[in-house]
Design a binder for this molecule. Structure first.
Ligand SMILES: Cc1cc2nc3c(=O)[nH]c(=O)nc-3n(C[C@H](O)[C@H](O)[C@H](O)COP(=O)(O)OP(=O)(O)OC[C@H]3O[C@@H](n4cnc5c(N)ncnc54)[C@H](O)[C@@H]3O)c2cc1C
Length: 571
């Protein structure tokens, strides 16, 4: 049988050693040392990617939080590897984007094969001028380690409590009582807000008796993470009915450290014990890497999956994010990426509410917006699963006919579904009555996540537009002259609006010392192009880098109204 790498693998060599997950020290919590008794702002259950990212985001807003995790180690084994552009942008806002990017394997091209023929390829980011790539592949344990390191930098605001297991809760009007178990015994915490980021089997969800409604899929998949040194490219490669292996499908991703993730679709009736046999796994890996290949299997497991979500993500003072709120299949990389988008959407709102600067109603917008995002992910995940695992003879015949046609006919290629990869969720339908930008051209309508563009700071330092947005509400104005910045700033202050201001000017505009702080030069003209940025066009950007409102002309009163209405969630 020909192998999957074709001519690419010459002779791979065996490399030894695998990543040893870091352990974090358990320390006896203050409550068991006679201290405690305080009312905490936020307690987060779960130090997975979602809980850790939430702690960092909240801390960046000045909110203290305690993170409880029942373990003392980052994620072991093979879980998320594909992190999307939007997630990287959020990680960048949290101060870890560049670290992830430096370690991760960058990719943007996916190739889809049927048997031994490439059907088509897709490019997830064909245009230039973005800081972050379409995707990186990075093992979940690295992502969590980097988040733990970032959390440590925010010491004083974040307490990470390892080997602290959430046991139960008591709901009160103004707080939540939390029972926690540790190696030294159990204790209680009192918190204003409890964030459940404790994964798919969420103990918080169970404690509240909440239904997690969805659909189980019987199809079994074998994951093998193998370490081998080859010059195999970083493109995503997906085979339907490969000629080199008896699997229904095979997916290959390159990860850092010369590790490859290989997913084999075994079928619903696979004999799990037989498939897990080391000799059987090695044989399959040889089918992909070639007979000559030498490799080390770092991780191997068989999984099935389900698509499910909670009815609501906000239950009084208990909030759900990540896998505790929703789960999908790994195809499409929507689980972890969706969870990080939850964090992005939730934390600024929770911070404003916790600080008494916004009404509790604002949290309902988190519920609505992220239930919408989760439904979008579940919809895509179900469609992919239906295509990959036809349920009846008729469905299979239709699927196989589509694959056969796709070899020669472009229309059939659009029906082939090997996983629609995670994209940022648009909140356009929630933008409501906030000004929709009459007269402003370009795709950046209210609700859209901001797109990036290269800019020049202070007239001399190259950077990116997204680096200047987020964290707080921000006003972006397109202007002809850099001198407009000071004038606009004064007008905003006179109108009582004290928000960060970015004034985007053409590359040729003269930037002087007095206005350089807020002025960004549109060096390649891409910001103007992407935001329909004629002179006077003004945007109000939310702390999660989504457009709250846009206007054809600068109008401080309209901006103030849009700001107030977004916070009050009275759309
Ligand atoms: C095979 C596979 C491949 C995947 N690939 C991708 C991918 O490429 N891209 C992607 O985006 N997603 C992917 N996912 C999904 C991704 O792994 C999850 O969506 C992600 O881990 C969810 O993060 P989380 O923080 O919500 O939950 P988790 O990562 O599950 O973290 C939950 C944390 O809570 C802790 N905890 C649990 N119970 C308690 C308790 N009682 N008390 C205290 N702590 C507790 C756990 O120890 C854990 O640390 C994949 C999943 C699988 C299984």
């Amino acid at each position: 049988m020909p192998n999957a790498f074709g001519a690419v693998v010459r002779r791979s060599r065996l490399t030894m050693g695998c990543h040893t997950p870091r352990r974090f020290p358990y320390t006896t919590p203050p409550e068991l040392r006679g201290a405690g008794g305080r009312l905490h702002q936020v307690v987060i259950v779960g130090a997975g990617p979602v809980g850790l990212a939430a702690a960092i985001d909240l801390a960046q807003h000045g909110i203290h939080c305690i993170v409880l995790d029942d373990n003392d180690v980052v994620s072991i084994g093979s879980r998320a590897i594909c992190w999307s552009k939007r997630t990287l942008e959020i990680f960048d806002r949290l101060g870890v984007g560049e670290r992830m990017l430096a370690k991760g394997v960058t990719w943007q091209v996916g190739r889809v094969y049927h048997r031994d023929q490439e059907l088509y390829s897709f490019n997830l980011l064909p245009e230039r001028g973005h800081k972050m790539p379409a995707f990186i592949n990075l093992q979940q344990y690295y992502v969590e380690e980097y988040l733990v390191e970032r959390a440590a930098e925010l010491e004083g605001l974040i307490q990470l409590r390892w080997k602290n297991r959430f046991l139960g809760l008591e709901l009160r009007d103004e707080s939540v009582g939390v029972k926690v178990d540790t190696p030294d015994g159990s204790y209680r915490l009192e918190t204003r807000w409890l964030l459940a980021a404790d994964g798919a089997r969420s103990a918080v969800r169970n404690a509240l008796g909440l239904e997690f409604k969805g659909e189980e899929f019987e199809e079994k998949f074998l994951i093998a993470d193998v370490r081998t040194a080859t010059d195999y490219p970083s493109d995503r490669r997906f085979w339907f009915q490969p000629t080199f292996d008896p699997s229904e499908s095979v997916l290959v991703h390159r990860q850092p450290d010369d590790v490859f993730r290989i997913d084999f679709q075994l079928g619903w009736d696979a004999d799990v014990d037989a498939e897990r046999e080391p000799a059987r796994v090695s044989e399959r890996v040889h089918h992909v890497l070639g007979r000559e290949a030498r490799f080390e299997v770092q991780w191997c497991s068989i999984y099935t999956f389900r698509c499910a979500r909670l009815g609501r993500f906000v239950h009084g003072r208990v909030l759900f994010a990540g896998d505790s709120a929703h789960v999908v299949s790994p195809f499409g990389a929507r689980g972890g990426n969706g969870g990080i988008q939850d964090v992005d959407n939730l934390c600024w709102k929770l911070a404003l509410v916790a600080q008494g600067r916004a009404p509790r109603a604002l949290l309902e917008s988190y519920n609505l917006e992220r239930v919408h995002g989760s439904d979008e992910n579940i919809r895509h995940s179900r469609r992919t699963t239906r295509f990959m695992t036809p349920k009846s003879v008729a469905e299979r015949q239709l699927r196989d006919a589509t694959l056969a046609l796709a070899r020669d006919f472009p229309f059939a290629r659009t029906l082939v579904n090997s996983g629609r990869l995670s994209r940022p969720c648009s909140l356009e339908r929630f933008a409501g009555t906030v000004a929709s930008g009459n007269g402003v051209a370009g795709p950046m309508a209210p609700g859209m996540p901001c797109t990036d563009a290269p800019v020049m700071f202070s007239g001399q330092r190259p950077g990116w537009l997204l680096e200047t947005l987020g964290g707080d509400f921000t006003i972006v104005i397109f202007a002809v002259h850099a001198a407009d910045a000071a004038r606009r700033q004064a007008e905003l202050r006179a109108g009582g609006l004290r928000l960060p201001l970015r004034v985007i000017v053409p590359a040729a505009a003269a930037v002087t010392a007095e206005n350089m702080e807020s002025v960004l030069c549109d060096v390649q003209g891409l910001a103007g192009e992407r935001y329909g940025g004629g002179p006077g066009v003004t945007y109000l950007i939310r702390p999660d880098q989504h457009v709250a409102a846009r206007f054809a002309i600068f109008d401080p009163a309209a901006l103030a109204a849009a700001h107030a209405s977004t916070i009050a969630w009275n759309n």
